[in-house]
Design a protein around this ligand. Structure first.
Ligand code: PGA
Length: 221
């Protein structure tokens, strides 16, 4: 059995009350997560402290991640969360999501700076790329292939094509798990994780609903 990663990305969603409700419902719906599966849930900065406490109290088998980190060291950078501040609350961080590349103009150079900052404090990185040609820093922990046409559209990449792209990435970084992301659901998750070069999924929309996310995990299991 290959080790699997199921990651969630809440994007810019949920108040604290909504996040607490989600945890409550997720605990109720969750089937036990097996030893060879890691569940990493990436959430907005505003929720990390409360969720960290609650995950501990409820003993949920969830690892928390952030969705962004500053490219700068700690200091005079208004509105930025430095890597050291993020590491205080999370073990993982998403870098390079295509929504930030597109809507905020984040370039490979900027993203590489974020990777340097994250690595310096021991944050683990899920590095997102929209295709096999995009540059990937050598020292990231997980790569997520997320084709832009599939994100939030309900039109996912075919498992076969996703596998081809993940295979090219894996050939460059043989020791790094590669995930597929883009309109994944409880219904299609198995078709992706069955592929030889795909080690799990990064799920946006489906992770917002605790029942759906628990179903996705159960089906992957
Ligand atoms: P989606 O988002 O599952 O809603 O398509 C995936 C992502 O952007 O990480």
């Amino acid at each position: 059995m290959k080790p699997l990663v199921i990651a969630g990305n809440w994007k810019s969603n949920k108040t604290t009350a909504e996040a607490l409700r989600w945890l409550q419902d997720f605990k109720r719906d969750m089937t036990p997560i097996s030893d060879y599966m890691r569940v990493i849930l990436c959430v907005p900065f505003t929720l990390l402290y409360t969720m960290k406490e609650e995950v501990k109290v409820k003993e949920l088998p969830i690892i928390l991640g952030a969705e962004n980190v500053s490219p700068f060291p700690e200091g005079a950078e208004t509105g930025e969360e430095s890597a050291r501040m993020v590491k205080d609350l999370a073990d993982w961080v998403i870098i390079g999501h295509s929504e930030r590349r597109k809507n905020l103009g984040e370039t490979d150079d900027l993203l590489f700076k974020k990777v340097v900052q994250a690595k310096e404090v021991g944050l683990k990185i899920i590095y997102c790329v929209p295709d096999e040609k995009t540059r990937i820093p050598a020292n990231v922990n997980i790569v997520a292939y997320e084709p832009v046409f599939a994100i939030g559209t309900g039109t996912s990449d075919t498992p076969g094509h996703a596998n081809e792209v993940c295979k090219i990435i894996k050939n460059k970084f043989p020791a790094t798990p590669v995930l597929y992301g883009g309109s994944t659901s409880p219904d299609n998750v198995v078709s992706y994780i069955q592929q030889s070069a795909i080690d799990g999924v990064l799920s946006g929309g489906a992770s917002l609903d605790p029942e759906k996310f628990a179903d996705l995990i159960a089906n992957a299991r």
